[in-house]
Design a protein around this ligand. Structure first.
Ligand SMILES: Cc1cc2nc3c(=O)[nH]c(=O)nc-3n(C[C@H](O)[C@H](O)[C@H](O)COP(=O)(O)OP(=O)(O)OC[C@H]3O[C@@H](n4cnc5c(N)ncnc54)[C@H](O)[C@@H]3O)c2cc1C
Length: 296
């Protein structure tokens, strides 16, 4: 049925139905999306004793497939409490590269096989992926991270405004999605104050201020590092130089981009601007490797 409203705030996440309706109904609204970084599931596991149980950790490993090909697997550990015992453990985001080959994680249907694949990929776990955890893994439907790009974050006629992942999803790649969503809410609130609650004035201003931030965040998330093998090596060297250079000469040398994202409260567009030459270069190179470019 129909309901009257003053303003419709679409904060319904990356698969926003409100945004999808706008895409269908507003020909001027440009939108594009793409999957990012393979597939993932969640495990709840005891953290290995070598890891600090109060910190987050990223581990990468690989599984050897029957064909001899390697399948990349990542474990991202977030500390949590066991809901029954209250003991410390880890919530693990398991992320792996695409492969439809038999024997791959995607095709596995046997808990014993999954347990052995994951324990084999991460010897540091000392075999602590249990049969029960492997069964949890099999029982889940895998989810995919998605990146999106919208040309505007509002629709004036329908008085609709998109916030957070509904407007700009970077698929968790830079760890800034929550910040960006909260900033959207803060900026909208500020604008409403500036224009005395006039929604017709506020919504275009919101897009004007936030679209450049959302687009910069997307680039900072997917074009921070190059995909080409040679450039990747150079990039590693550059990151080491930036880290050391910044430590020695903090005023003269900027730290790596990810440090600026996590350790400053600079706007995403400002961070992009400070690293523009490098990021534009990486972005151009990444196009050749099929990295998402949006609708343009
Ligand atoms: C793997 C991964 C790792 C990430 N890591 C980080 C990180 O380290 N740091 C960080 O800042 N960000 C991270 N992010 C991104 C972050 O999770 C999102 O950017 C953030 O949650 C976006 O907030 P949101 O409120 O816009 O959307 P969501 O958190 O998705 O919230 C949308 C809400 O709307 C609800 N909803 C949807 N449709 C409807 C409907 N029709 N009716 C009613 N309710 C509806 C959903 O149930 C959901 O509760 C990560 C994302 C992923 C995928």
């Amino acid at each position: 049925g129909e309901r009257p409203y003053d303003v419709l705030i679409a904060s319904d996440g990356v698969n926003s139905v409100i945004r999808d309706t706008l895409v269908q109904q507003d020909p001027a609204f440009k939108f594009a999306s793409a999957p990012l970084n393979g597939t993932q599931k969640i495990l709840h596991l005891k953290m290995p004793s070598s890891l600090d149980p109060s910190a987050v950790h990223a581990m990468s490993g690989s599984v050897e497939l029957p064909s001899g090909a390697k399948q990349r697997v990542g474990f991202f550990w977030v500390p949590e409490r066991n809901r029954t015992t209250g003991g410390r453990q880890g919530c693990v985001l398991v992320n792996w590269g695409e492969s439809e080959e038999d024997g791959s994680l995607m095709k596995a249907t046997d808990a014993g096989q999954v347990r052995d694949l994951l324990n084999g990929a991460f010897p540091a776990l000392n075999g602590e992926v249990t049969l029960e955890a492997a069964q949890q893994f099999i029982d889940q439907t895998p989810s995919m991270n998605t990146v999106t790009k919208c040309s505007t974050y509002h629709n004036a006629e329908g008085r609709i405004v998109l916030l957070g992942d509904a407007a700009h999803s970077s698929g968790g790649a830079s760890g800034q999605g929550c910040n960006a969503a909260l900033q959207d809410a803060q900026v909208l609130d500020g604008i409403l104050g500036e224009v005395g609650g006039d929604l017709d004035a506020a919504l275009p201003l919101f897009s004007e201020r936030r679209v450049p931030e959302g687009h910069a965040l997307l680039d900072l998330s997917i074009n921070q590092g190059p995909k080409g093998p040679v450039l990747r090596l150079l990039f590693l060297g550059l990151s080491a130089f930036e880290t050391l250079g910044h430590r020695l000469f903090p005023k003269a040398v900027l730290p790596p981009t990810q440090n600026l994202l996590t350790q400053t409260d600079w706007d995403f567009s400002v961070i992009y601007g400070r690293k523009r030459r490098l990021l534009d270069f990486v972005k151009k190179s990444n196009r050749k490797y099929g990295v998402f470019t949006g609708y343009d």
